[in-house]
Design a protein around this ligand. Structure first.
Ligand code: ZN
Length: 336
């Protein structure tokens, strides 16, 4: 008699609960991989709740993606044990958020998140239990997957830019459902192999799927002698560098959407309730939302991270600075 699959103690993290991440979560639950940790600091937008993302078809906008996914999936899969986190994974919280996870699936859409996962796994004295991470991405008809193993395969930086770049994002260039379905299915099969302690299939290769021709191609990956992380010289996440980046701005998936972090600060929304209302804002699920004008909107999280939709990055920064001043005047800002 064949032994029943038992993944009961094995927790899988999915970073990024968008089009690919939400698909993958459901596939894993169907395969009886019940212990999931969903990590995403974003809120749902209109474009997330359409046909490309069936999980969120009936969801409201401007609520946390990871929280909403966990709610829907726990309801549908009673055996599931789903934890979630509404922070954006970063180099400070990363080891804590990924603690006790057997495996990490990267379904994010940006350079910084991928680079952070790569760094957390490969850095000296990494505290992560997972020695593997599965990288996947989908843009238009092209979708990709590769499995990376600490100390064995070329690291992600070896075959990607070592400088932060703005990636094209799926909500701007488009997402092909067929490509997304295929790639997340491949990821789920790889997850099963790894949890069963079988040899992963996608080590050392980038698997590229093109849905237009329904074709899979292999690209051999090689270590780079110039890779700063593999040389042990990567100082992207050094203390000094990070302090310099305390307030940092990056573009996110979405039209003219900017993310700005303001260092390790906590906003007290209870204290700030009146101030927020006075400045045309509202609080929904511990997130403050401001309509700046017809085209700009700011979503503020309790760790002083903001998502700002605006014309350009300079305007976004201006909005950020104005709001931070308002919060400080309202005496609702404290160190985290
Ligand atoms: Zn490397």
């Amino acid at each position: 008699m064949r032994k029943k699959q038992d993944f009961s103690n094995k927790q899988v993290a999915i970073v990024g609960i968008g089009r690919n991440g939400s698909r993958l979560a459901e596939l894993l639950l169907k395969l009886k991989i019940n212990k999931l940790r969903l990590i995403d600091g974003d809120v749902l937008e209109k474009s997330d709740c359409g046909k490309q993302c069936p999980l969120f078809l009936k969801s409201k906008t401007l609520i946390s993606k990871s929280n909403e996914a966990a709610r829907i999936l726990s309801d549908k899969y009673k055996q599931a044990e789903i934890s979630y986190n509404t922070d954006n994974l970063n180099y400070i919280n990363g080891e804590r958020l990924l603690e006790n996870c057997e495996l990490i699936c990267d379904c994010t859409d940006n350079w910084l998140s991928r680079n952070t996962i790569n760094f957390l796994i490969n850095k000296k004295n990494s505290k992560l239990k997972s020695k593997y991470w599965i990288y996947c991405g989908a843009l238009k008809q092209i979708a990709m997957v590769s499995t990376l193993q600490r100390g064995k395969t070329p690291c992600w930086q070896c075959w990607n830019s070592s400088k932060e770049i703005d990636c094209q994002s799926c909500s701007v260039v488009g997402y092909d459902v067929k490509a997304g379905d295929k790639i997340t299915k491949l990821v789920s099969e790889e997850v099963v192999r790894i949890l069963k302690n079988k040899q992963p299939k996608f080590l050392f290769n980038l698997i590229v799927y093109n849905s237009e021709f329904n074709k899979l191609n292999l690209m051999k990956l090689e270590s780079s002698a110039r890779c700063e992380l593999c040389k042990g010289k990567d100082n992207y996440f050094s203390k000094r560098n990070v302090q310099k980046k305390e307030k940092r701005i990056s573009t996110l998936c979405g039209n003219n959407q900017y993310q700005i972090t303001n260092g390790n600060l906590a906003l007290d929304f209870n204290k700030l309730e009146k101030t927020i209302k006075k400045n045309n804002g509202k609080i929904v699920d511990n997130v403050a939302i401001f309509d700046i004008d017809k085209k700009s909107q700011a979503v503020v999280f309790s760790n002083a991270r903001m998502l700002i939709r605006s014309f350009d990055s300079r305007q976004a920064e201006k909005i950020n600075d104005t709001l931070m001043k308002i919060f400080k005047r309202g005496k609702g800002v404290a160190p985290l």
